[in-house]
Design a protein around this ligand. Structure first.
Ligand code: CIZ
Length: 302
């Protein structure tokens, strides 16, 4: 079926079920185009909490749909592709968090949003790539536990001056972006500003003009006078950046920065999920209750 006819069917079923479609900035362009909202995981979870819709179709990876469910437990949250998992989120388990807490009594745990609901439930604070320095600053101890991304932990330790205990996680998509890729693009586009995501290795962050989340990149791309940008994150973001800023130019830092999990959701799967209302995200009540606390604390700080 052509994209237009799938989109028309999706629109009909959305109305029938009073559904809303949320799509992460890394989704395929055609999926972003049928979404009611696109954004980063936190922005989308907040949209999920605000909406009057009864059904939320979350096009992203599982931890994002879980965050939406935690903030809107009374709504039906559906993920069109339940095998869209985040390998970084899978690199830390609740047992490991409990062990870190036992080995470091009194040290607060900050969980990156890329964690499962069960891991958030063991944590004191949540943070995203746009507010990790703010959250770490708010926590008054000299030592903090930050999980699971070791590259973000290294950045956090340098920027905050705190001792950061971490795990061994990393995002394999962001790890593909190397300093030489940025240097090559800077040579080709000497006027371009470099926007990098904090999941990149530190040597890449050292070449950045701005280090921020995808939501932050969208804001800076709009508000800055610069006309050209080198973008060091998953390349799905470029679609939205180009669409929102037709007069500006965006270059990927590396053509290979593509997350296979983010590309698993297509229009056919969105249509199927609206037809069947299958793949509902469910979480135990106690996990929802405990995981909400670190997220709420983050929202109060940000
Ligand atoms: O929080 C998100 O949405 C992620 C994983 C990346 C970003 O910076 O938007």
């Amino acid at each position: 079926m052509a994209h237009e006819s799938i989109a028309a069917e999706i629109a009909k079923l959305k109305k029938k079920h009073n559904a809303v479609i949320l799509a992460h900035n890394y989704q395929l362009p055609e999926v972003q185009d049928i979404a009611d909202y696109t954004g980063d995981s936190l922005g989308l979870a907040m949209k999920a909490a605000e909406t009057d819709a009864d059904v939320i179709v979350f096009c992203g990876v599982m931890f994002m749909a879980e965050t939406a469910k935690i903030l809107s437990p009374e709504k039906k949250v559906i993920i069109p592709e339940p095998d869209a998992l985040c390998p970084l989120a899978a690199m830390i388990t609740p047992e490991t968090v409990r062990k870190l807490k036992k080995d470091n009594p009194g040290v607060p745990v900050i969980a990156y949003v890329n964690t499962t609901a069960a891991v958030k439930a063991e944590s004191d604070y949540c943070c995203t790539s746009s507010n990790l320095l703010k959250v770490a600053d708010h926590v008054k101890t000299r030592k903090i536990i930050f999980i699971p991304d070791r590259h973000m932990a290294a950045y956090l330790q340098i920027e905050s001056g705190k001792t950061v205990i971490t795990g061994n996680g990393y995002c394999s998509t962001h790890a593909k972006i190397l300093p030489e890729h940025i240097m090559k693009q800077k040579k080709k586009h000497p006027k371009a500003m470099v926007l990098t995501h904090p999941e990149c290795v530190y040597e890449v962050l050292e070449l950045a003009d701005i280090i921020t989340s995808t939501g932050g990149m969208q804001k800076y791309a709009k508000s800055l006078d610069a006309r050209e940008f080198i973008v060091a994150t998953e390349n799905g973001l470029l679609y939205g950046l180009r669409k929102d800023n037709p007069g500006k130019k965006f270059y990927p830092a590396s053509e290979s920065a593509l997350c296979p999990n983010m590309k698993k959701t297509d229009m056919g799967k969105v249509l199927e999920s609206l037809k069947t209302l299958k793949h509902e995200v469910t979480l135990p009540d106690d996990i929802i209750r405990k995981a909400k606390l670190p997220i709420k604390r983050m929202l109060e700080i940000s």
